[in-house]
Design a protein around this ligand. Structure first.
Ligand code: HEM
Length: 512
């Protein structure tokens, strides 16, 4: 059986062949024809989308890296990965279905319900919880971040390597998403302490709902505007701009609809939401006390952020280096690290994912090639066909390039030459016919003007991502949008700008 992110079977490979199928996965663009490509053209494009190995030549921290996106902090890459794992988690056990008091249909729907934290709950997986059945068991203390004296990792078993004992093993895939998972466990414990102090009879369900709603708020008010831009979010949730209630001003979903329950569109999971792969950096600073930075993947366990194992305990992440606390410097060891630009280039380590548990044997090691091939297997339409459907002018072939969005690649040199290749130079099959995942990255890249231009998803990619995430929340009768239209996060968590963002959630747990 094939696996994704090296963990539990996901159901995605039992994908619908009928365009009108709706299960956990379905289609948005049911009437559009599938695009055709040869495997060779996709392999050549995949190879061209992986940047050359920079080896030791990484931009030093004393300089601004021209591949960084000034509009998106590096932490959103992994928060994006965390969200993906929440939505595509499939608690597909028949035992669970029998035990689900609220009906199997709801339980199996993709929802922002943090089942990647809660797993199957304290009754079914008691070993993840303290004896009170309310608080999560946490892992060992982590040091290195002087701002957080109580930092903790994930609880692990005694095996070799030590595997994390968590709701969704994929959230231990790398050291950053692993510490994000541990922080969310701590946030649950913090909410439990606060609510139990206010009312000793408070229930697990009430604590869980409070945690979920804070997280859902962050997805709508922080993550989405950062990735697709506030204007796109406002066009779908107009009440956010007008200040009216969601009942007075209803959400406007123009492409995503469902018959019974919201589903994960394959155009989202196989193309648009894989935008995150282009944001991965090759190297990260975890905290200010470590001498060196760590590489995202590599063979040396003391230097690389590979997951599915216990990492050195002085690797506590200082989240201020991943989510700007406000006016953080762009250079120096206390700088805010930015995500790499959303463009048609992936960093070199993702071109060769020979990591057991991440890439099963016998599949292409290049993540770019795998994404392109999945698009073909799933019969996705071309980027241009989707643009036409949405009433957006498709990008001309002469503007569809492959490579990094930086001044060395995208602007003419003194001889008037642009270093990046044209997509159609890779294969004539791509004339007016671009694979959807590639097209969505290229569309974001059109925003590029100079190295410090912020880049978000464009009108095709942004609409698929925003309508899917918002649609899933609108269609979930337990989300805060449906249950409590004027609900707000707890005021004590608000940041200095009176917003509640992922940065503030991670700040709330410090020292707790
Ligand atoms: C170091 C970071 C990451 C690695 C190594 C990684 C690796 C992978 C791999 C191997 C797959 C399966 C590919 C296939 O065979 O189809 C995959 C799928 C996927 N990835 Fe990533 N990924 C990373 C980060 C991200 C991020 C940041 C996002 C989004 C923000 C993302 C979104 C997805 C989605 C939507 C899928 C398909 C559905 C799924 O399996 O969840 N990934 N990734």
């Amino acid at each position: 059986m094939k696996k994704f992110h090296g963990a539990t079977p996901r159901g995605l490979l039992n994908h619908p062949t009928s365009p009108s199928f709706e299960g956990v996965f379905g289609r948005i663009f049911r009437t559009l024809p599938k695009a055709h490509f040869s495997d060779k053209a996709l392999a050549d494009l995949g190879a061209a989308m992986v940047a050359p190995d920079e080896g030791a030549g990484q931009t030093p921290e004393t300089e601004i890296d021209d591949e960084e996106n000034p509009g998106i902090d590096a932490g959103y890459t992994y928060f994006g990965q965390f969200i993906d794992h929440d939505l595509t988690f499939d608690p597909n056990s028949s035992l669970q279905k029998q035990n689900d008091p609220e009906g199997t249909v709801d339980f199996r729907s993709p929802r922002f319900d943090l089942d990647n934290l809660y797993g199957r709950g304290p009754d079914d997986q008691p070993y993840m919880y303290e004896p009170d059945g309310i608080h999560f068991v946490l892992g060992p203390s982590l040091t290195g971040n002087d701002k957080d004296a109580t930092a903790k990792g994930l609880p692990r078993n005694g095996g070799d390597p030590k595997r994390a004992i968590i709701g969704d093993p994929r959230n231990d895939e790398n050291v950053i998403v692993s510490q994000l998972q541990a922080s969310m466990l701590r946030f649950h414990n913090l909410i439990a302490d606060i609510l139990m102090k206010e009312n000793p009879h408070t229930t697990f369900q009430h604590i869980q709902q409070t945690v979920r709603w804070h997280y859902q708020w962050v997805v709508i008010h922080d993550f989405l505007p950062t990735i697709v831009g506030q204007a796109m979010v406002d066009s779908i949730l107009p009440h956010l701009k007008s200040g009216k209630s969601i009942h007075q001003e209803k959400p406007k979903l123009s492409i995503y609809s469902w018959e019974k329950d919201p589903f994960i569109p394959v155009e989202f999971s196989v193309a648009a939401y894989r935008f995150g792969h282009s944001m991965v950096r090759p190297i990260y600073r975890l905290n200010q006390t470590l001498k060196d930075r760590q590489t995202i993947f590599g063979s040396d366990p003391n230097k690389s952020l590979n997951g599915f194992r216990e990492f050195p305990l002085n690797w506590a992440i200082d989240w201020d280096l991943f989510f700007d606390p406000g006016k953080a410097p762009r250079v120096g060891i206390d700088r805010i690290q930015k995500a790499y630009k959303i463009d048609t280039s992936l960093v070199n380590p993702l071109g060769n994912l020979v990591i057991p548990k991440v890439v099963p044997a016998g599949t292409p090691p290049s993540l770019a090639t795998r994404n392109l091939q999945r698009g073909k297997e799933f019969g996705l339409p071309s980027g241009q066909a989707v643009a036409h459907y949405l009433g957006v002018k498709p990008i001309d072939d002469k503007d569809l390039r492959v490579g990094k969005a930086n001044e060395d690649g995208e602007l003419p040199d003194k001889n008037g030459k642009i270093a990046n290749k044209l997509l159609t130079e890779i294969s004539p099959e791509f004339v007016k016919n671009a694979p959807l995942w590639y097209y969505i990255l290229a569309e974001a890249q059109q925003e590029f003007k100079k190295n410090d231009t912020p880049i978000v998803l464009g009108p095709v990619g942004g609409r698929i991502v925003a309508e899917t995430l918002i649609g899933l929340m609108v269609g979930d009768k337990y989300s805060f949008l449906n249950q409590h239209h004027d609900w707000c996060p707890r005021k004590e968590f608000f940041g200095p700008d009176r917003h509640f963002k992922i940065r503030d959630l991670l700040r709330a747990i410090r020292g707790k």
